[in-house]
Design a protein around this ligand. Structure first.
Ligand code: ADP
Ligand code: MG
Length: 321
């Protein structure tokens, strides 16, 4: 590498960025030293993005930097944890300074927005793979979990669903849309906005929560499975962007909203008695938890929407870019 490992780390990852008071020792030693305040629990999550699998080859470097952190912050949001620190393992084919500069700027812009300090990592030569670990703080016992939904709880999601899936299909040339709708959907795929503030606000309100990374049906399915409950979703209540509605037929929009991944919205359940505590939060009620197991989807008139027509046989585990 033209730039040696130490110069690269110094230039792109150690210099600049915000400094948190709870970082006793950051980048530069054999390990970081971090202070977890008394009464708080540490929430830790790690994700790996492989070029060509988790982001399309040729994605702008700044978007890769943004997305690497965004997916982790989305996990912290789903736990109701406040973002604090990040560590980064970077495998790069070469020390391409343009790429590194873009990557670091995308990463540090999002880190700055949420007060996250990059406190360490590893840098190696290899295929383009970005592994980022986030560390967040949550008052002991107050983290949101996937388990906890009870029959009668309402099911909510933030934002709109299916947009990242639309972006991916447009990118692959499987669909066509206007330039403006394409730009919007591509933005949703490349630059997901983690719902950190909503996750924090849901402490003490949500009975269960998860972030939608693999598609609503799959991720809500996890809440149902660990909770030993079922759910009915109103297809007509699913929040869809105007871009999605304009770009595909209603059946395809429903399929994307239920099965496409990468939206990084939150899906959560709220006991009926706490629904009014959601005032001021931007989210949409899409259905209700019920006794039993599995997910049912109903049309506006209550008639069942057959899931096997929605590509449910191939949604398992989500999909890569
Ligand atoms: P070691 O050989 O002891 O693992 P390294 O030489 O790999 O240490 O890293 C030196 C310092 O730079 C460490 O503090 C490490 O956490 C940090 N570091 C290395 N790569 C990155 C990176 N991509 N982002 C942030 N910090 C990094
Ligand atoms: Mg090392």
């Amino acid at each position: 590498m033209a730039l040696n490992e130490f110069q690269l780390i110094e230039r792109y990852f150690a210099a600049g960025g915000l400094r948190r008071e709870d970082v006793v020792l950051g980048i530069g030693d054999d390990a970081a030293l971090l202070r977890v305040p008394p009464g708080m629990e540490l929430a830790v999550s790690i994700d790996t993005l492989v070029e060509g699998v988790h982001f399309p080859a040729g994605t702008q470097a700044a978007a890769v930097g943004h997305k690497a952190l965004a997916v982790g912050l989305s996990d912290l949001a789903a736990m109701g944890a406040e973002p604090a620190w990040a560590t980064l393992s970077l495998s790069l084919p070469e020390a391409d300074e343009d790429w590194l500069g873009g990557f670091a700027s995308g990463l540090s812009a999002l880190a700055g927005r949420y007060g996250v300090q990059l406190v360490g990592g590893d840098t190696v030569r290899g295929p383009l793979v970005v592994t980022l670990q986030v560390h967040g703080l949550v008052p002991a016992g107050q983290a949101l979990r996937r388990r906890g939904a009870r029959p009668g709880d309402r099911v909510y999601v933030t934002g709109t669903l299916g947009d990242a899936g639309l972006g991916l299909r447009l990118l692959r040339g499987e669909l066509q849309a206007t330039a403006a709708d394409t730009a919007y959907a591509r933005g949703r795929l490349d630059l997901p906005q983690p719902r950190v503030e909503t996750g924090l606000a849901l402490r003490g309100i949500a009975s269960a929560a998860i972030d939608v990374s693999d598609g609503l049906a799959a991720d809500l399915g996890h809440i149902l499975e660990v909770g030993g409950v079922g759910a009915v979703i109103d297809a007509s209540a699913l929040p869809l962007s105007e871009a999605l509605v304009r770009s595909v037929e209603p059946a395809a929009a429903l399929e994307l909203a239920l099965t496409a991944g990468d939206d990084y919205e939150l899906c959560f359940t709220v006991p009926a008695a706490k629904v009014e505590d959601l005032a001021g939060l931007s989210c949409t009620c899409i259905g209700q938890i019920e006794a039993g197991c599995g997910l049912r989807v109903a049309a506006a008139d209550g008639s069942p929407v057959p899931l096997d027509h929605l590509g449910f046989d191939h949604f398992g585990g989500g999909e890569g870019a």
